[in-house]
Design a protein around this ligand. Sequence first.
Ligand SMILES: [Zn+2]
Length: 213
Amino acid sequence: MDIILFGMQGSGKGTQGKILAEKYGLTVFDMGSQLRSMIESGSELGVKIKSIVESGNLVDDDTVLEVIENFLSKVPADKSVLFDGIPRTLKQSEGLLKLLEAKKRQTFALLVKISEKEAIKRLTERRVCSSCKEIYPAFFDGNICSACGGELITRQDDSNLDAIKQRLENYQNETTPVINQFYNIDRLIEVDGEQAIPDVTEEMIDKAGYLFS
Ligand SMILES: [Zn+2]
């Protein structure tokens, strides 16, 4: 069973996805590292990606799908994949589902759900170490820097508030319709991402663990 992970920036989906992948031995598809390894391979597709990235453009939907197809061709049929970071758009989602269907792979979507208000709170209320300046997310437990032992202080980071709001708006416009699609075909599992991290994990395993047994 393959899993497509969804969650707004600040939802902690990356942390939860990592836990799920480790617990059930899932192969993680991470777009960033896929693109890097394609470029390093020097293949025809890699050369194309390199020129897109170097020109400062976003990798288009068709190229994203080529990367996924290439990745899937190397995954054994009995190995489950966790997709993190894709699909971001309906076009990517439709293409991905076609690829998975052609390989007779089953898919569920998993949404770590937080409100936009909570996302903004988490993304702006970051703390910083007063000594080494390491940045910590709002949900980090404790007041001591794990790198140097310095004291963590709140830094209201409004300078990038507009950028954060823009990213959340893109998510609502482009990715929410993809999530709704999975809901409509009864292939969506939702967990409450506003709980403490271990509680989110527990709910996720309660609701999704059976998919891997
Ligand atoms: Zn520090």
